[in-house]
Design a protein around this ligand. Structure first.
Ligand SMILES: [Fe+2]
Ligand SMILES: [Fe+2]
Length: 400
């Protein structure tokens, strides 16, 4: 017990024998008594307490809170569990939890008793534990990210393998996924789709849209690489790529732990040549009738990828055509909206003009590709005259 004034009494003896650090303060917040636990906490010796105030041992960040609990104490209120940082005589910071109790002698408050719990070690351990968990969380996140990237890279590799047969570029696949995601984001902004299009749905669309033409691996190279127009027979074999891709992905889904992902991939591959007016392919059995899907019967993911794919084909160079600039491609698609495309998806897509042009810049077919400003007007007029528009791309040999 460190007694500044020599008024030892039973109360002081009690305090001395408590294993909790305790300070007694007078009205000037001078420390009148400190038991040996408190002295050890603050690194004090008996003499060094002379004329010390509680404020001398406060870390500056805790000053306001400490003043408040003392004020309340002098008004007769006890306070519990105030987190206060103390500064020891040798300058070390101790994290503590302090309870303040007013002590009455002869009917008036004479002292404030501060019961101190030193939580420094506990909080340090806690901090270490938090750091450790954070690092663990980060590592798990990194592993998941690596897994996702591996999956993404594998999907691109497989899709590129299918597309490489007709020498499409890797950039085409990247653009498809970005355009698809853009359409989904934009549709999500509308009342109709805000609940349906979830973040997970958008992620899956982004991951899986490059697989739309995976079924081309099942089509003969003779047809894929044939120069000139395809015969009706060739066309009908070519159309099989939708079901070949759809069936392959359906089968893969049966062995997967992510059946929902494969279900979306299957729908994209199988239905990306369906048309809004019901004149696309392949036929599907509906109420005993074999026919193509139409309108909203076509799964949303396929409607989105169809639009992304055709827009990219229109704005890219092919062996049989030059790229069309944005405005012309937009005009062509708008003209075919309701015939070929989901009109709402078309509107949603072209609300994002800035982003569409940005995607093209991010993934050009050739390095230093310039914005297409010139194009062969005669070629376009020819397409316009023959009402070919998107049909020029869809029915000509490659069937993008
Ligand atoms: Fe296709
Ligand atoms: Fe494609």
């Amino acid at each position: 017990m460190y007694i500044v004034s020599r008024q030892s009494n039973i109360f002081e003896i009690l305090i001395e024998n408590v294993s909790t650090p305790i300070l007694l303060l007078n009205k000037q917040l001078t420390i009148k008594f400190a038991n040996k636990e408190a002295a050890s906490l603050l690194n004090l010796d008996g003499t060094s307490l002379q004329n010390c105030t509680f404020i001398d041992f406060l870390h500056k960040g805790s000053f306001h809170l400490a003043s408040r609990i003392c004020d309340e104490g002098w008004q007769g209120f006890s306070t519990n569990h105030s987190r206060i940082n103390l500064k020891t005589r040798d300058g070390k910071i101790r994290k503590t939890i302090i309870s303040c109790v007013p002590i009455k002698l002869n009917g008036s408050i004479e002292f404030l008793q501060l019961n101190i719990a030193d939580t420094t070690e506990m909080e340090n351990i806690d901090q270490l534990r938090r750091k450790y968990f954070k690092r663990l969380e980060q590592e798990i996140e990194n592993k998941e990210q690596q897994g996702k990237e591996m999956l993404r890279a594998s999907i691109l590799a497989i899709a590129a393998l299918a597309e490489s047969i007709d020498s499409y570029t890797y950039a085409h696949l990247e653009r498809i996924r970005y355009y698809s995601r853009l359409i989904a984001f934009s549709l999500k902004e509308t009342d109709k789709y805000k609940e349906i299009i979830t973040d997970e749905y958008i992620d899956l669309l982004f991951e899986l849209s490059p697989l739309h033409d995976i079924g081309k691996v099942g089509i003969s190279d003779l047809i894929l690489q044939k120069k000139g127009k395809l015969s009706e027979e060739d066309m009908s074999e070519m159309r099989e790529h939708a079901n070949i891709g759809g069936n392959a992905l359906k089968m893969a889904g049966q062995y997967s732990k992510r059946p929902q992902a494969f279900a979306i991939a299957e729908m994209i591959a199988r239905f990306h040549h369906q048309r809004w007016d019901g004149t696309g392919y392949p036929d599907v059995e509906i109420n005993g009738e074999q026919r193509p899907l139409k309108g909203e019967e076509i799964p949303l993911c396929a409607r989105i990828v169809t639009l992304a794919d055709v827009y990219d084909a229109l704005t890219s160079e092919r062996s049989y055509k030059k790229p069309y600039p944005y405005d012309i491609a937009k005009k062509m698609i708008l003209q075919d909206s309701t015939k070929h495309f989901d009109p709402e998806a078309v509107q949603a897509f072209f609300r994002k003009e800035k982003e569409i042009l940005e995607v093209r810049k991010m993934f050009p077919d050739k390095p230093n590709e310039k914005n297409i400003t010139e194009f062969d007007k005669n070629e376009f007029k020819l397409a316009e005259r023959d009402s070919m528009y998107t049909t020029v791309l869809l029915n000509e040999k490659k069937e993008d």
